[in-house]
Design a binder for this molecule. Structure first.
Ligand code: HEM
Ligand SMILES: [Cu+2]
Length: 662
């Protein structure tokens, strides 16, 4: 069921194609600078339009206008037009327009060949999944560091039990920026860079299904990031990353930034997930059966389904919040017949799957890495895949555990307690597959492996405290405290972000043909592991002692512990700095080449050169065996990269499973 992925040539011989099109001067070619110009123009138009709307007194006849300050229209329309301007400036609509006036449209591959290469290709709308992967990688590092700086600011304030750096209102704005930026932008921290770059290589495809959609999914992230940041100029938003009504309906203009940015990011992950789902379903090479799909790809496609199914609800919620604030709808205004409780349900119907959007790709990364450095097959491959599907399905049935304290019908509490505790079963499957693979293994303690091992350590703490929190009596006590904070940082920072770094050290030689410095890598690992735990472990105790989230003051007797946490947090920040230095040093200055397969991996992506050739594979490969046959002396090669001409690839694909596979 494979599709030959050689792009068809769209035009006849008479058409000399886009390569011969006249080159415009660089500043007229669509790229990031034209996008900025487009966004600024768009913003101005939208703002003007909003002012006109407002001065015409639209909506003043409605009673709830007073809920929000009245100048939301110019801001919301400004943002909306800025997004359109940004996308237009990037040239996203160019091919569409060309098609509408009957001009030939180049297929992705031709467009890439015609456009300029070099460093410039990273700054424009490109249709090459490998370039998009690198763009995502750089973007995510920038977003992560920015949100991390807000975390440092939070910890700086908490050095003292009373007011010393920021006022209470600035403090909640910083918490809101930190939490929202992390949750929004880290949702694509693995799928963006590694999913886009590696999935086609791992399934034996020359490209992704929808290159334009893929590129668009990336280019929406910088705008979402900037819109969110600009919220600070508009008074920020005081309601954390969850945006609960009625606070969000009543608060200052910064709330518009929150809603526009979060909704936009929802769109981005829908596009990201959609493209990946179609790619995995339709573009697998012959012989790449579902039972041979790398476990990383299983994790990616499960996450993609979560994205595509959950994010529309987020967009709906954000859209309703925006219309409440502008068009005087009252979806979430209790006094006018709406319901703030409705918002909580919409938000968490997205928000809980979101936490698995953050967790599953991490599992995919570490399970992909374990067999390579233990030289053992993945223990219970099918169990892991089943676990991922189980988590995906159950994710949609647990959201009300976030509402145990929000007026949920008490009879429903046990139901959601049960479903929540059930989800630890498939999660446990995945965890045990990791443990089974490590069992009696001779481990190679490389940098990626260290990060993968730390993932299990951290996630175990995060997971077990999660089981406690799903218990209604415990949640009733711990809700809104630093205990919850410590729990989810253990799963997301300790899980996802550790896995992200594992992936960087493991796959950057593949993606850039360059090895990161391993000594600095070890320094990065040990400092990050130690200071991560030093930061977040005491927060469980602090939470149990009653320190509330999102409050800048706390009881005096907790000062010593808080100081310890803050200092550890700064050192944790320092460890991330080591990574950034290593990344820049290794890729820009040292540039130690790594061309082959440094980890002796059986992964299909490692069977081509590093970085891979433009088409990934010279011919469509035929996959011959399961990916994790480590330790078998006579294991067949993973794929035939040069299958004999004339042999139907279907014949290969029909070949029975090798003995080692069953
Ligand atoms: C450098 C490591 C990090 C540190 C030191 C840190 C620190 C903190 C602190 C102290 C708070 C609580 C503020 C308060 O409630 O008063 C917080 C909140 C939060 N953090 Fe982090 N964080 C880090 C990384 C992350 C990561 C990687 C994520 C997710 C990808 C994340 C997501 C959140 C969220 C969602 C909140 C809740 C915000 C809210 O209450 O609305 N953090 N962080
Ligand atoms: Cu949840």
């Amino acid at each position: 069921m494979a599709i030959e992925t050689q792009p068809e040539r769209a035009h006849g011989a008479g058409d000399s194609g886009p390569a011969s099109r006249r080159r415009r001067p660089w500043w007229m070619r669509p790229a990031i600078h034209t996008a900025i110009v487009g966004a600024v123009i768009g913003y101005l138009i939208g703002h003007l339009l909003g002012n006109v709307l407002e001065s015409s007194n639209v909506g003043t006849e409605y009673p709830n206008l007073a809920l929000s300050d009245s100048s939301d229209w110019p801001i919301v329309l400004g943002y909306a037009f800025a997004i359109v301007g940004w996308v237009a400036g990037l040239g996203v609509f160019n091919d569409l327009l060309r098609q509408m006036i009957g001009k030939p449209v180049p297929v992705a591959r031709e467009a890439e060949e015609a456009a300029e290469g070099g460093i410039a290709k990273y700054f424009r709308f490109t249709l090459d999944h490998k370039v998009v992967g690198i763009q995502y990688l750089i973007g995510e590092i920038i977003y992560f560091c920015t949100a991390g700086l807000f975390a440092m600011a939070i910890r700086a304030e908490l050095l003292s039990p009373t007011y010393h750096l920021f006022s209470s209102s600035v403090y909640v704005q910083i918490v809101g920026e930190h939490g929202t930026m992390m949750m929004m932008l880290m949702s694509s921290v693995i799928l963006g860079p590694f999913g886009n770059y590696l999935v086609p290589l791992m399934i034996g495809s020359k490209r992704v299904a929808f290159p334009r959609i893929e590129a668009l999914s990336f280019w929406l992230t910088p705008v979402a990031f900037l819109i969110l940041l600009s919220g600070l100029l508009l008074g920020g938003f005081p309601f954390g990353w969850t945006g609960y009504a009625p606070l969000s309906i009543q608060s200052t203009l910064g709330a518009d930034s929150y809603a526009m940015a979060f909704g936009l990011m929802g769109l981005s992950i829908i596009l990201l997930g959609f493209n990946i789902i179609v790619t995995v379903i339709c573009y697998r090479a012959p012989g790449m059966r579902w039972s041979r799909l790398p476990i990383f790809v299983w994790a990616i496609i499960s996450t993609a389904f979560l994205m595509v199914l959950a994010a529309p609800v987020l967009i709906g919620g954000m859209y309703m919040m925006i219309t409440d604030r502008t068009a005087q709808t009252a979806f979430f205004v209790d006094t006018l017949g709406g319901s703030s409780y409705l918002y909580q349900n919409l938000f968490w119907f997205f928000g809980h799957p979101e936490v698995y959007i953050l967790a599953l790709p991490g599992f995919g990364v570490v399970l992909e890495i374990l067999p390579v450095f233990t030289r053992k097959p993945l223990f219970g491959y099918k169990v892991a895949a089943a676990g991922m599907i189980g988590v995906t399905l159950l994710s949609f049935f647990v959201w009300q555990h976030h509402l145990f304290m929000s007026g949920i019908n008490p009879d429903m509490r046990p139901v959601f307690m049960l479903t929540t505790e059930l989800i630890s079963i498939p999660t446990g499957f995945i965890f045990l597959v990791g443990m089974g693979t490590l069992w009696k293994a001779k481990i190679r303690f490389t940098v990626p492996m260290l990060f993968a091992l730390a993932f299990f350590f951290n996630f175990l703490i995060g997971g077990i405290t999660g089981v406690y929190l799903s218990d209604v009596p415990v949640d009733t006590t711990a809700h809104g405290s630093f205990f919850v904070m410590a729990h989810f940082h253990y799963t997301i920072m300790g899980g996802l972000i550790f896995a992200f770094f594992a992936a960087c050290y493991y796959w950057l030689p593949k993606m850039m043909g360059i090895r990161l410095n391993q000594t600095l890598g070890k320094w990065h690992f040990w400092t990050m592991f130690i200071f991560f735990n030093a930061t977040f472990l005491p927060l469980f105790a602090i939470g149990m002692a009653g320190q509330p989230r999102r409050v800048f003051e706390y009881a005096r007797n907790l000062e010593t512990l808080n100081d310890w946490v803050s200092i550890s947090a700064f050192l944790l920040g320092g460890s991330i700095l080591i990574f950034v230095i290593n990344f820049v040093w290794s890729t820009v200055f040292a540039r130690v080449r790594e061309e082959g397969n440094p980890w002796q991996s059986r992964g299909l992506e490692w069977q081509v050169s590093s970085p891979p050739p433009p088409d990934n594979f010279a011919r469509v490969p035929v996959v011959l065996s399961a990916p994790y046959l480590y330790g078998f002396k006579d294991a067949p090669p993973v794929a035939d990269l040069n299958p004999p001409v004339g042999v139907l690839s279907a014949a290969y694909a029909q070949a029975p499973a090798t003995e080692a596979e069953v």
